[in-house]
Design a protein around this ligand. Sequence first.
Ligand SMILES: Cc1cc2nc3c(=O)[nH]c(=O)nc-3n(C[C@H](O)[C@H](O)[C@H](O)COP(=O)(O)OP(=O)(O)OC[C@H]3O[C@@H](n4cnc5c(N)ncnc54)[C@H](O)[C@@H]3O)c2cc1C
Length: 292
Amino acid sequence: MKPAPFRLHRPDRVAEAIELLSVYGDEAKVLAGGQSLMPLLALRLARFEELVDLNRIGELSGISFDGEELVIGAMTRQADVEVAPEVRKSAPLLARALRYVGHFQIRNRGTVGGSLAHADPAAELPAVAMVLGAVVDVVGPRGARQVPAEELFAERWTTVLDVDELLVSVRIPVMPAEAGFAVEEVARRHGDFAMAGVACALSSGHGRVDRARIALFGVGRTPLLCPLVAKEMEGSLLDELHPAALDELAALATADLDPPDDVHATGSYRRAVAAHLVGRALINSLEELRRA
Ligand SMILES: Cc1cc2nc3c(=O)[nH]c(=O)nc-3n(C[C@H](O)[C@H](O)[C@H](O)COP(=O)(O)OP(=O)(O)OC[C@H]3O[C@@H](n4cnc5c(N)ncnc54)[C@H](O)[C@@H]3O)c2cc1C
């Protein structure tokens, strides 16, 4: 099928894009890499009169540092982020997670901002952003604001952004040297969205875990942080975290999960897989942490 007719606006600057979004309100939709939006339009699952294409806005692309934060422009292609040396060094979990996002053709067009704004609960980047303590920069007609990733995802495919706001960049705190990461998922085929997945970031000081962040994806209406596991782990000696303790933590992470059934998997299968993946992610990130 083909999309319903729309008008394409191609602003050169963020301010112009905001102006268009303010004028057209609900009738307008932002177009980034088009890897999620174009299929929805082509299948006529969504219909917008006005598309505001961000691809000419140079100020939305690029990777830089601002003090102790890595700043990635919303329109930076996923493929560029995946191979950027500064990302591999300062936010290795992000580079690793990107390998699971679709296929390289999709990542060549797909953007980091598009993935966060699309808010698919089975997507990798929203969970990774939560685990890394990322904050997004948002600009709209009422000014600029920052939204922590853990407050960004309101519902399935829905963020807290207003219709006339743009996500302009994501800020990720540079990870400490003593850290370990893991991203694990199960999908039917490589490149498919996850049926269940987990992202994990641990850091330590003086032989103890000082920060533990674990988030599940593909098992709820948004990515889900596991604060109880973090509370149990923080302050623990690395030597105390033996396999039996990790099994208990994996059970704790998934105790309250109630994933929905759908055509891809039943909720109970997703929950069982998620518990297994949390266990695996904890083992792998601890192993990396111990070597750091
Ligand atoms: C076959 C296939 C497999 C895929 N597999 C995966 C996968 O395994 N994991 C995964 O995470 N993703 C997957 N994707 C989706 C892919 O990652 C998309 O690139 C991503 O979801 C959306 O990014 P985009 O830049 O293409 O955004 P678009 O499709 O252009 O936009 C997506 C949505 O975000 C909004 N938006 C985009 N940018 C902004 C912005 N800066 N500010 C405000 N709103 C904005 C748009 O208005 C739209 O609603 C897959 C896609 C395909 C086609």
